[in-house]
Design a protein around this ligand. Structure first.
Ligand SMILES: Nc1nc2c(c(=O)[nH]1)N[C@@H](CN(C=O)c1ccc(C(=O)N[C@@H](CCC(=O)O)C(=O)O)cc1)CN2
Ligand SMILES: NCC(=O)N[C@@H]1O[C@H](COP(=O)([O-])[O-])[C@@H](O)[C@H]1O
Length: 190
């Protein structure tokens, strides 16, 4: 039986699309659910185009005692956060211990925590005149961007880089590395 991946996303969904493409016809895993808290977000259109079940949620529903059971009933094995902007509650973390991972568009522990998402991250990195940035893939714990690091890789920042050009460099790294890292985690438990 293939492992079932649920992608949690709130935005455009470029990482979700890369994960879906990577695990299409994959030997031992597939993306079977997309969870989103923003009706109309780009990722909801990807769910429709790909014929993948979409579960719309909100802060209250996510925190309900029923939510983890809902995912279990759908046979979800792994939860992958790809630009999801709500805090994952301990109820869900305890229901999926070491099976919830997140990608952050910077080199944690710097530039993480509440308020550090999307363009806010790249603006802070550029404002600090950092010489490099990158991505961090980590397990999710009850705090933002605090769980154990699984993978990190970097990109150089030039003097002419803007938050927008840095975002493009970081997206390139995300699209290259996220799916293979997810695959290696799943492979470990087969
Ligand atoms: N328990 C955890 N939940 C989540 C984590 C995590 O590490 N532990 N990672 C985030 C993703 N993320 C950074 O990688 C992140 C997302 C959002 C925020 C944030 O400040 N959100 C705002 C609300 C934004 C909105 O609703 O538009 C807030 O909490 O006020 C910080 C970091 C996903 N969940
Ligand atoms: N702190 C969380 C955070 O900032 N996540 C970031 O949101 C973007 C989502 O892009 P996408 O919707 O195109 O995949 C990605 O760059 C991801 O690292």
């Amino acid at each position: 039986m293939k492992k079932k991946i649920a992608i949690f996303a709130s935005g455009a969904g470029s990482n979700a699309q890369k994960l879906i493409d990577y695990f299409r016809d994959h030997a031992f895993a597939r993306v079977s659910l997309i969870v989103c808290n923003k009706p109309g977000a780009g990722v909801t259109n990807i769910a429709g185009a790909e014929g993948i079940e979409l579960l719309l949620t909100d802060r209250l529903s996510l925190q309900s005692a029923e939510f983890p059971q809902k995912l279990r009933e759908k046979g979800i094995d792994f939860i992958v956060l790809a630009g999801f902007l709500l805090k994952i509650p301990t109820t869900l973390i305890e229901a999926f211990p070491q099976h919830i991972i997140n990608i952050h568009p910077a080199l944690l522990p710097k530039y993480g925590g509440k308020g550090m998402y999307g363009h806010f991250v790249h603006e802070a990195v550029i404002a600090a005149k950092e010489k490099e940035s990158g991505i961090t893939i980590h397990f999710v714990d009850e705090h933002y961007d605090h769980g154990a690091t699984i993978f990190q890789t970097t990109c150089l920042i030039s003097g002419s880089d803007t938050p927008e050009s840095l975002a493009q460099k970081v997206h390139f790294l995300e699209h290259q590395h996220f799916a293979p890292v997810v695959e290696r985690l799943i492979l470990k438990e087969l």
